[in-house]
Design a protein around this ligand. Structure first.
Ligand code: BGC
Length: 742
């Protein structure tokens, strides 16, 4: 307790202790829960109801009378979205709202580095804080169920364990800034087509084992302060007011004490919004993207309709007080935390972080004849071909679209890196989507080209024939029906005649590198014709620099795939067993069964046995080589409350330093319920100098052996035979250790 000294007529006298005068809710020294109760007790009914819904596109009210600030939301998840008008989606026209764009979350997941994830969260959190935001609407952790999902690029891949390990440090990094993360879209929002009218029918095993773990980790380990409900339905209720997902599981089983924010336009019913776990309603009367009805905020489901129900005695205030308590808790954790840092924007550290995350996430898929890295000794001539070498990728794709201070294109990055050491030439090769505008942000690029496909191809092939290296940069973009919110892809194939261009280039030059820019797997009918293939994601502001570092070998690639690249769409369980996207019932609702259950991604590929993926989950090459020694366990048996240590020596057998992601999968040899052949349960990214050897030790416990028994509604580890598989990818197991669970 400290005292205030007041100077009266030259005399110092001690006044009353400050604490006695400061209301509890404003006193930082009081526990948050006491502050919450105190603030709640001072609020009127109207003030409470006002707090549960938006007052503008991205803002909800605080309590002006009590000095409780407004709550400001921003997308998320790859950078801080530019300001829009109070009540419109149009740009507000600010000149101080350009940001750093970080690589898309698929790239972050491909780093397999919790350290990179923390750096990501910390950096983006600092930008959000500087821009005075309360909540970042991200990260997204919906599981990669089909490569057609237009929003996979915003998520962390197909594996619940990988996504769990990667989401936690992101959330922590953001929240260290006194800014809340908002983990989305909870839950089962696994594709975009008919996203408001799809009712997912999934068994409890798949729900708990595949679709929920990353959310649970974000809540229980990351302590995320907010969660966003999803657009789709589950058990015939929308995700934003879903009794089962929000009340029973999130707030009940997991003990979530934060705020459930609706997705924009995801609220549909006042009664369900009151009782089924929603705390803050945003974006009603919009489709979440373009249109909205002006000044509709009083008509929000949780505005006047809610107030009237309470005033007429139709509903009580228990739910309201619970919602407001959560919202006040959010205020004290963020805007009313006097000790939170100030944040920063556009700093050299942020650009360095974006570049490093990109460099660590780029995946070298194939490198026959060691075409890569590019050797500059003889001053080579390099032809860069393809629209994605020049097209800005930070604009478009939906709500993750950004207004960046700068974006280095692949062509510019390659040119800068090659300066003085190689000659770089460019040909377009094909025209994809020449437009470049989203939500009023324009790229300013003129990509129009009136030449025919044949003319463009002929120019590219001619150029390719006369150079030392050809780097084709293509893939998808952020236009509708590609990697883009609110629509799914039409197929697995590359668009815009790219397959023909790539095949022709392969014939013209044997040193061809294909760089695929996408957040999704694509078909590669030319895989055997092309020596080197690089998966380059959407890399944000530093795209060209990250890519050039890897192509020229300044950085040794160390990314590994966070999802399977299937050879054909039919090889994906959702497409072989169905259903995707389902068929509408008489009410226009797409009843969609996840018939594949737990067999998603490599769990399905493994089960198929004969079907080989194009590239397996966890795959990624390096410019050096790693030898895996024989793995050993510290015991032959594990007790139910014990642990088991599995150690494997890894040696860098090549001539340069490199990082390897060592993966541990568990296989249950016999069980009462069907289980996947193997499941990822641990991984570690290690760095080794040439010739260096390190032991990697994985400690596992019962949790790594469990399945979810839906009949008993509990996690079960069945005693019996197990195997620990040490692997370089899901398709490349290097050592097996059997053990028994007692
Ligand atoms: C998206 C959310 C986003 C929100 C606000 C919605 O359409 O689904 O991910 O955060 O809009 O822009």
């Amino acid at each position: 307790m400290f005292k205030v000294k007041i100077l009266i007529a030259g005399l110092m006298v001690s006044a009353l202790p400050l604490q006695a005068q400061t209301p509890v809710y404003l006193d930082d020294n009081q526990p948050i829960e006491s502050r919450v109760e105190d603030a709640l007790s001072r609020m009127t009914l109207q003030e409470k109801v006002a707090m549960t819904h938006a007052q503008s596109k991205f803002c909800s009210p605080g309590v002006a009378r009590l000095g409780i600030p407004e709550f400001w939301m921003t997308d998320g998840p790859h950078g801080i979205r530019p300001e829009v008008l109070w009540d419109e989606w149009d740009q507000a026209g600010w000149t101080n709202d350009s940001c750093v764009a970080y690589p898309a979350l698929t790239c972050l997941a491909a780093t397999w580095s919790p350290e990179m994830s923390h750096l990501y969260g910390k950096s983006i959190g600092e930008e959000a804080r500087y821009r005075n935001k309360t909540v970042i609407l991200g990260p997204g952790v919906n599981i990669y169920r089909t490569p057609l999902n237009g929003r996979n690029f915003e998520y962390m891949g197909e594996d619940p364990y990988l996504a769990s390990r990667m989401v936690v440090p992101y959330v922590q990094g953001v929240q260290e800034n006194g800014v809340a993360a908002c983990v989305k879209h909870y839950a089962l929002n696994n594709h975009e087509a008919n996203r408001h009218t799809t009712n997912v029918i999934v068994d409890d095993r798949a729900l708990y084992e595949i679709y929920l773990p990353a959310f649970k980790a974000a809540v229980q380990e990351g302590n995320t302060w907010t969660i966003m409900g999803s657009y789709n339905l589950y058990k015939d209720q929308h995700g934003c007011h879903n009794e089962y997902l929000l009340n029973d599981i999130l707030k009940g089983e997991w003990g979530f004490d934060g705020v459930v924010v609706s997705d924009w336009g995801g609220t549909h019913d006042t009664d369900q919004a009151i009782t089924n776990g929603l705390d803050m309603e945003f974006g009603s009367w919009t489709n979440g993207l373009s249109n909205g009805t002006s000044n509709a905020y009083d008509n929000y489901y949780l505005a006047q309709p809610y107030l009237q129900r309470i005033q007429s005695g139709q509903v009580g205030t228990t739910e309201l007080d619970d919602k407001v308590r959560r919202i006040l808790r959010l205020a004290f954790r963020t805007n009313m935390d006097r000790n939170r840092p100030y944040g920063s924007m556009l700093s050299p550290e942020h650009y360095a972080a974006a570049r490093q995350i990109g460099e660590e996430g780029i995946v070298l898929l194939q490198n026959n004849n060691q075409v890569l890295p590019i050797q500059t000794g003889n001053k080579p001539r390099i032809a860069v071909i393809g629209e994605n070498a020049i097209k800005m990728m930070t604009v478009g794709g939906g709500s993750s679209s950004l207004k960046v201070e700068r974006e280095v294109s692949p062509l510019d990055g390659i040119r800068q890196r090659a300066a003085g050491q190689a000659e770089v030439l460019y040909a377009r090769g094909y025209v994809g989507d020449a437009s470049g505008e989203y939500n009023g942000v324009v790229t300013g690029q003129d990509l129009s080209d009136a030449r025919s496909a044949d003319e463009l191809l002929a120019e590219a092939v001619q150029l390719a024939g006369g150079v030392d290296y050809v780097i084709f940069v293509g893939g998808l973009n952020k236009s509708s029906h590609q990697d883009c919110e609110d629509s799914d892809r039409a197929g697995l194939e590359l668009p815009y005649n790219q397959d023909a261009v790539i095949s022709a280039l392969a014939k013209a030059n044997k040193n061809l590198v294909v760089v695929n820019v996408s957040g999704n797997a694509v078909a590669m009918p030319w895989v055997k014709e092309v020596p080197a293939i690089v998966q380059a994601w959407f890399l944000g502001s530093e795209a060209g620099n990250s890519l050039a570092s890897v192509l020229f070998g300044d950085v040794n690639p160390s990314g590994k795939l966070p999802f399977t690249f299937p050879a054909r769409l039919e090889d994906v369980a959702a497409h072989q067993l169905g259903e995707y996207p389902g068929t509408p019932d008489e009410n226009g609702i797409y009843q969609q069964r996840y018939n594949e259950g737990i067999f998603v991604g490599y769990r399905w590929t493994d089960k198929q046995k004969k079907v080989k993926p194009l590239f397996p989950f966890g795959h990624g090459l390096s410019y050096t080589t790693f030898a895996y020694g024989k793995p050993k366990a510290d015991s032959k048996t594990m007790t139910a409350d014990g642990k088991l240590a599995i150690t494997v020596p890894i040696k860098n057998t090549g001539s340069r330093e490199g990082q390897e992601v060592v993966q541990l999968y568990i296989s249950d040899k016999k069980s009462s319920l069907p289980r996947p052949v193997k499941e990822l349960k641990a991984f570690e990214k290690i760095s080794l100098q040439p010739g260096e050897e390190k032991d990697v030790t994985f400690i596992i416990d019962k949790e790594a052996l469990c399945y979810f028994d839906d009949a008993r509604h509990e996690w079960v580890a069945e005693p019996g035979q197990f195997e620990a598989l040490v692997a370089a990818s899901a398709g490349d197991v290097r050592g097996v250790v059997p053990f028994v669970l007692d």
